[in-house]
Write a protein that binds this ligand. Structure first.
Ligand SMILES: Cc1cc2nc3c(=O)[nH]c(=O)nc-3n(C[C@H](O)[C@H](O)[C@H](O)COP(=O)(O)OP(=O)(O)OC[C@H]3O[C@@H](n4cnc5c(N)ncnc54)[C@H](O)[C@@H]3O)c2cc1C
Length: 305
């Protein structure tokens, strides 16, 4: 395709050839281990390259998607006919500066929490077992155990569709339950400053270990999933509603409502995106009919199903 030749020539000026992948299976990049091929998958190593890519894609009107660690994502079996951008190298670095942590959006969130613990900085313990990137956690305002990213974020550097830089403070981020101003906008988070509180590193580590122990006990971590499938409806818990509707263990193909925690749909073998989507719809329909509550997906769907 002529379009792709021009795009590829541009990308080769920004990143090395090995970092441009064609028809890359998204099942390799999602915690569900599901998803067809991305037309072009680019690993972007620096802020400059990221800005240039966004500017080019914006100016040429091409569809793109910023991928974190793919831990809240269901990609269709027919893949994604656009450009996937994933941050690497400089965009994953983590620095500690007094009470602050300044890190690239591609950094692993569990790794950021480890660095905080090492530096004796408290406030991110809740995030120790959330398997995403820092950028994904900002976009989703990830949270657990009464903590959420909103509580620690001071400043977020973002690039818009034309690669223009913006620095957004906590209030401007409009953090809400599993959402922020970035969700549903074509912006890329590149860097995050978090302000934490000095504390005893051992106490921080013990708290993180306790939260991780609770996760291992309650969550089906032995199977691929994207975490909680649905958002918590006001006044309810999605997992409890699904259990009360008698849907524990319900299957479509190899997609299953987890036996261990009904709030998770798990891939128990070779589930397709279609299986997961069908199961999600079945669960929504039966919970609505039996209990009168609408479940809204937390998992983000991408591409062609
Ligand atoms: C076992 C398990 C447990 C989980 N537990 C929790 C939990 O306790 N709490 C919780 O909140 N979540 C939980 N999750 C869900 C998931 O880990 C979080 O939503 C996480 O924040 C997603 O980050 P990610 O990097 O994987 O994002 P992705 O899944 O890659 O993407 C999610 C969204 O963020 C966007 N995005 C990612 N990075 C950027 C960026 N740099 N710039 C702009 N947009 C970006 C994507 O475009 C997409 O819209 C869990 C998931 C699993 C598999």
């Amino acid at each position: 395709m002529k379009d792709d030749r021009t795009l590829t020539a541009f990308l080769e000026g920004q990143v090395t050839k090995e970092n441009i992948l064609f028809a890359e299976p998204m099942s390799k990049h999602t915690s569900f281990k599901i998803g067809g091929p991305a037309r072009i998958f680019v690993r972007v190593p620096s802020s400059e390259a990221l800005r240039a890519c966004l500017r080019y894609l914006g100016q040429t009107g091409q569809e793109y998607f910023i991928l974190g660690k793919g831990s809240n994502l269901l990609v269709g079996d027919r893949g994604y006919n656009g450009v996937i951008l994933q941050m690497t190298d400089e965009l994953c670095d983590i620095q500690v500066d007094g009470q602050r942590i300044i890190a690239g959006a591609g950094a692993s969130l569990p790794l950021v929490t480890q660095e905080a613990a090492k530096a004796g900085l408290s406030g991110l313990e809740f995030a120790a077992g959330i398997p995403g990137s820092l950028g994904g956690a900002i976009v989703m305002n990830a949270g657990a155990y009464d903590g959420e990213m909103k509580q620690v974020v001071e400043n977020v550097t973002v690039y818009d569709r034309m690669g223009e830089e913006m620095n957004l403070d906590n209030a401007t981020m409009e953090f809400g339950y599993r959402t922020s101003i970035i969700k549903d906008r074509p912006f890329a988070v590149s860097r995050v400053t978090m302000k934490l509180t000095p504390s005893d590193p051992r106490k921080i580590r013990d708290q993180m270990e306790e939260y991780n122990r609770r996760r291992r006990e309650k969550q089906p971590l032995e199977y691929p999933s994207a975490g909680s499938t649905f958002k918590r409806p006001e006044g309810h818990f999605a997992g409890k509603l699904i259990m009360d509707a008698g849907l524990r263990g319900l299957r479509v193909g190899d997609a299953q409502v987890s036996e261990k925690h009904c709030g998770f749909i798990v891939n128990i073998g070779n589930a397709s995106a279609e299986d997961v989507k069908e199961l999600m719809e079945e669960v929504q329909e039966r919970v609505r009919k039996q209990l009168g509550v609408r479940l809204e997906p937390e998992v983000i769907c991408l591409g062609d199903f």
